[in-house]
Design a protein around this ligand. Structure first.
Ligand SMILES: C[S@@+](CC[C@H](N)C(=O)[O-])C[C@H]1O[C@@H](n2cnc3c(N)ncnc32)[C@H](O)[C@@H]1O
Length: 286
């Protein structure tokens, strides 16, 4: 299983979304303001449900810790919704970008620090809410992470997360069948591919096609690009297993997205959506 150094180096080299929006350095010539505008337009344009999902919770005057910040779009949204916000990310690059975003936008926050979900640099009972969007399914040592989150939450605090959904069209149809089948075909074709297809083909040549396409291996490479070291899909029972110090309050699914199936934005996200949101509260029976 991937270790934390490998995961850190992946996200440091591949800041989230840059492969789709363009690189801050090369395409935006380090114009941070322009980059953040373009990034948010792309992010909330394709995933408008995120803003609606954030509005289901009351952030005002709550001490909030966000884990795994990426480009800081949600950080900005939480602060604009009144959160007394702190953030932690595994990579120096995300911390630098989020610091620059919040400075450029004139937004106040409490603490922004490099660190891991598995060793949170915060005191016991510091937060009303821990929020983590699209991050904890990339943390192999999830049991340590949930212990740490339980520790930094107040007794009546809440954990709000978005994890990839096992019972989604993306996992059950696109990843398990369509993309694996597509890669088998691509593997035998005597054509030089570029981009992610070439990267998948190289990976498969390195470890063997059958091994690469075993779902327990392929899942890591099928969510956040062919070099992504670790990913896991979740349902309610996996959530309960991986977060034993918490009780589920509610879950809901969003985001019809299952490339290459042309279903983006179609109805049905609450049943087939790729993003499983969950609200959890600390268990008190232990
Ligand atoms: C897929 S991005 C998600 C970013 C953002 N939350 C979003 O939804 O756009 C994952 C982020 O989590 C960070 N990350 C990965 N593992 C982490 C860990 N163990 N602790 C803290 N941050 C982590 C990565 O550095 C990266 O910035």
């Amino acid at each position: 299983m991937a270790d934390e150094h490998e995961i850190q180096s992946h996200w440091q080299k591949n800041p989230v979304g840059e492969n789709l929006v363009g690189s801050l350095g090369e395409d935006f010539l380090d114009d941070h303001a322009n980059f953040f505008d373009a990034y948010d337009k792309w992010y909330y344009g394709g995933q408008e449900h995120v803003l609606k999902a954030l509005d289901k919770f009351d952030w005002r005057d709550k001490r909030v810790l966000e884990i795994g910040l990426g480009q800081g779009s949600d950080a900005e949204q939480l602060i604009r919704r009144g959160a007394d916000w702190s953030g932690v990310d595994l990579t120096a690059e995300s911390i630098r970008r989020v610091g620059e975003r919040l400075r450029l936008r004139g937004l106040h926050y409490r603490k922004l620090v490099q660190g891991s979900a598995t060793a949170l640099p915060f005191n016991n009972g510091d937060f009303d809410i821990v929020f983590s969007h699209g991050v904890l399914h990339h943390v192999p040592d999830i049991l340590s992470a949930q212990t740490q989150i339980r520790r930094v939450l107040k007794e009546d605090g809440r954990l709000i997360i978005m994890m990839y959904a096992r019972w989604s069209l993306n996992y059950q149809v696109a990843i398990k069948f369509v993309r694996r089948l597509g890669l088998m075909v691509l593997y035998v074709l005597p054509i030089d591919f570029s981009g992610i297809y070439a990267a998948h083909k190289r990976n498969a040549q390195r470890v063997g096609l059958v091994n690469y396409l075993k779902i327990k291996n392929f899942i890591h490479r099928a969510t956040d690009g062919p070099d992504n070291p670790y990913a896991k899909v979740y349902d309610r029972s996996t959530l309960q297993r991986d977060f034993p110090d918490f009780e589920l309050v509610r879950t809901f699914k969003r985001y019809m997205h299952a490339p290459p199936l042309p279903i983006h934005g179609l109805p049905g996200e609450s049943v087939f959506g790729w993003h499983l949101w969950a609200e959890l509260k600390p268990r008190h029976d232990g």
